[in-house]
Ligand binder design. Structure first.
Ligand code: GDP
Ligand code: CA
Length: 332
């Protein structure tokens, strides 16, 4: 529990509003900690989830990051892997492979498929992705309001040297193991996308905004590419605190360093903070190993940032909230 004196209790009786941007595994694990810190307090957590990793396979719309957040907060995730359903089986994938039907690089579990089948059915019936996500969450009860960044389709594709057609981010990431180095990322559809209902309001009316340790380029960066979202973050009176996904010059897991290289950003805690910039960040949490990090215009604080379990993630979230209250006293 954060000590009372770090939060000016809102004078109205309304709950504290925390808004977090999130990708998949890094975001979801942080959010589970944040939810634990705020348990028993009057607080609402709104999560703006990345949907630019979404892909259509076998006619099914798959939203990997929304599902990772939903399964993790709903207690249904394959814990060691960090994504996908626990106690998963792969009978359908094996049957598809027996038909020679691809792609084989994106393994779809049987339990997970139920989510994609329902989502696709509801989307075809005319529901928006926001509505579909809310319906799926009635089962998982994640304890947060999970909003897609946009109801409009946005997909990150990569341009590869010598390859004329862009490749979907998932194919490059999963099948090609993030090689070769793309010449650039393209968020297809982003320029026409509108923030999903509730997204801008959640930023404007937040008491605190958090950037979990998600991939800065293809997770948080994709959310920021939806017109209006970055502007709302620059404008909001809420303090924005980020948590570094880079520790000691390398991502904790995954290949975020390759993504940073594509956009010309050093894979360091300082590099990521500079990429977000002082217009967005009011505070940047780095790992103890990066305690010497200095970023112009952004206060930096060091603490252990490994989310080894829920308690460790909760301790990070608690410090992020304290940091927020110190850099900008919360609403009077
Ligand atoms: P993805 O969509 O599944 O790739 O997940 P995110 O974009 O939300 O998060 C990926 C990032 O999480 C990677 O860059 C990792 O470095 C970071 N990450 C994973 N585990 C940890 C952790 O324990 N601590 C910190 N600080 N970052 C982590
Ligand atoms: Ca992702």
């Amino acid at each position: 529990m954060p000590p009372k004196d770090t939060h000016n209790e809102p004078t109205s009786s309304r709950p504290l509003r925390i808004t977090a941007l999130a990708g998949g595994v890094g975001g979801a694990r942080f959010l589970r900690g944040l939810r634990a810190v705020l348990a028993g307090q009057s607080a609402e957590i709104t999560v703006i989830g990345n949907t630019a990793d979404d892909i259509t396979l076998f006619g099914l719309r798959i939203c990997p990051d929304l599902d990772t957040v939903m399964y993790t907060l709903g207690g249904g995730v394959e814990e060691a892997q960090g994504w996908g359903r626990r106690e998963e089986t792969f009978t359908v994938s094996a049957e598809l492979a027996a038909y020679g039907a691809g792609p084989s690089w994106f393994r779809l579990g049987d339990r997970d498929l139920a989510t994609h089948i329902l989502r696709t059915k509801w989307l075809r019936e005319g529901a928006s992705l926001s509505q579909v996500t809310a319906r799926l969450c009635t089962r998982w009860q994640p304890g947060v309001r999970l909003l897609p960044m946009s109801d409009d389709q946005v997909e990150t594709h990569v341009l590869l040297p010598g390859v004329p057609e862009p490749v979907h981010f998932q194919e490059w990431w999963v099948a090609m193991h993030a090689a070769p180095l793309p010449t650039r990322f393209v968020q297809v559809g982003a320029e026409r996308a509108r923030p999903a209902p509730g997204v801008l309001d959640a930023i404007e009316t937040a008491d605190v905004v958090l950037f979990p340790p998600s991939n800065p380029v293809v997770s948080i960066g994709a959310i920021l590419a939806v017109p209006g979202i970055r502007e709302a973050l620059v404008e909001t009176s809420a303090p924005i605190i980020g948590v570094s996904p880079i520790i000691g010059g390398a991502p904790v897991r995954g290949m975020a360093d390759v993504c940073l290289k594509v956009v010309g950003v050093p894979a360091t805690a300082a590099g990521v903070a500079e990429w977000y910039g002082p217009q967005l960040l009011d505070g940047w949490l780095v790992d103890e190993r990066d305690a010497d990090t200095a970023v112009e215009g952004i206060p930096v604080r060091a603490r252990p940032l490994l989310m080894t379990d829920v308690d460790a993630a909760a301790a990070i979230a608690r410090d992020a909230l304290r940091f927020a209250a110190e850099v900008r006293p919360l609403r009077e």
